[in-house]
Ligand binder design. Structure first.
Ligand code: AMP
Length: 410
């Protein structure tokens, strides 16, 4: 079944063709007919599955022509995601006369106000800045027919749900609502009951399954050899582009700085960087100017960065679902990639919960020819979790109640 069987309008089909899409992805196959029928849809799918087109194509078809105020509103948790979804909408709508605008914080109000005054059919926005515009009287939502809450679980994580509710209250009750979320915590279920009308759930893959094309492994290492191992790994691995995830902004700066010193072309993405810096980092990475992007979770959430050959978790994510999001950067749509996780002893508990979450054991591997100071329990999986007080190993640094045993001579 191709795109032409959905009843999409001719200009939208032309847009799809110009994007080079041939076959609909599973979420598109299931969600497009539902939105065409006017159903509310909950999409439980990760980024990389083609979810943007799944809601954009039928909604743009229904809007048809420019005029009549803002009729389609898409809420996104981050500026980068908002900008990316705006680009996708512009691409899909390029053969229509529909006006698309994006509004987010961190930049001036001027251009956004001009766009809003001119009249937009499709508005993509982050919640905070949208509320600012509403309060300033520069934006009205009383004509909204289609509302999309994207990455709802991340909105929750970032504390945006109250803002999202305030925004929804400003839209007409007889709108169609779609919501996308990789996970369904109780707060989101409450929002769904409040904001949606007998929604149809479209679940692509098990919610917890990371992209199937991704091969993942864990590299156990001691804390003080982590950066050495990362450097060695980058030298060994034949990558085209790699995203390295760090837990903190400070950590991202440090790792990014270290790799720059090692002559890697590196871009850094986290929320303390200015909007301009973030755009430069992202665009440069997309264009191939940088081969390495060092990022924090919030900054990288859901970004559509195509053709990433490798994801490296420099720090094990604290939340199991972030693991799935991180490695979702590789294996996007039909491509494939590798995901490496550097694990220190303290991470054993988090790693175990990730494995439970994805119902999969991730093999522990050793980097050949790397001069490990300490032996780690590669194949057996778990490091020694015996309490420190019960251990007496001379000359071994112990941290956080776990340890890696001294290096075995080979
Ligand atoms: P998304 O999950 O919406 O972020 O989309 C992930 C990537 O897949 C984007 O680069 C899309 O342009 C691409 N994509 C979406 N749908 C299709 C399709 N039917 N065929 C090929 N690529 C697609």
């Amino acid at each position: 079944m191709g795109f032409s069987n959905f009843g999409l309008s001719a200009p939208i089909l032309e847009g799809v063709k110009a994007m080079g899409y041939v076959d609909p992805t599973p979420i598109q196959l299931r969600a497009i007919p539902l939105v065409m029928e006017g159903r509310d849809v909950i999409g439980s799918a990760q980024t990389g599955t083609g979810k943007t087109a799944a809601f954009a194509l039928p909604m743009l078809t229904k809007l048809q022509q420019h005029g009549g105020g803002t009729r389609l509103l898409v809420l996104e948790p981050t500026r980068e995601l908002a900008a990316q979804v705006e680009t996708a909408f512009r691409d899909f709508a390029r053969f229509t006369n529909l006006e698309v605008a994006v509004i987010y914080g961190g930049v001036g109000y001027g251009n956004q106000e001009t766009a809003l005054r001119r009249g937009v059919d499709v508005l993509i926005a982050t919640p905070g800045r949208l509320l600012d515009h509403i309060q300033r009287g520069t934006c009205k939502l009383d004509k909204v027919e289609f509302l999309v809450v994207d990455e709802a679980d991340r909105m929750l994580d970032m504390g945006f749900l109250p803002d999202v509710k305030r925004i929804i209250e400003r839209t007409p009750r007889q709108r169609h609502t779609s919501l996308f979320s990789a996970t369904m915590p109780p707060e989101i279920e409450t929002l769904v009951r409040w904001a949606m009308k007998t929604p149809e759930i479209v679940e692509i893959g098990a919610r917890r399954t990371p992209a199937e094309t991704v091969k993942h492994v864990v590299y156990p290492v001691s804390q003080d050899q982590k950066s050495d191992l990362l450097r060695a790994l980058l030298e060994k691995v034949n990558y085209d582009s790699v995203i390295i995830f760090c837990r903190t902004k400070h950590g991202a700066d440090r790792v990014g700085g270290m790799l720059k010193k090692n002559n890697h072309a590196v871009a850094i993405l986290h929320s303390n960087r200015t909007q301009r810096e973030r755009e430069q980092a992202l665009n440069g990475f997309r264009e191939g100017k940088f081969e390495v992007l060092v990022a924090t979770d919030i900054a990288a959430r859901g970004l559509d960065i195509a053709d990433v050959s490798h994801v490296i978790n420099y720090d094990v994510p604290q939340h199991a679902e972030d693991y799935v999001h991180r490695i979702g950067r590789t294996g996007r749509a039909q491509a494939s990639g590798d995901a490496f996780t550097l694990m220190v002893a303290e991470d054993a508990r988090h790693m175990a919960s990730i494995e439970r979450f994805i119902s999969q054991k991730i093999p522990h591997v050793k980097l050949d020819d790397f001069n490990y100071k300490y032996t780690v329990l590669f194949d057996e999986g778990k490091p020694n979790t015996q309490p420190l007080s019960e251990r007496r190993i001379r000359g071994v640094r112990m941290r956080g109640g776990y340890f890696f045993g001294p290096a075995r001579r080979r």
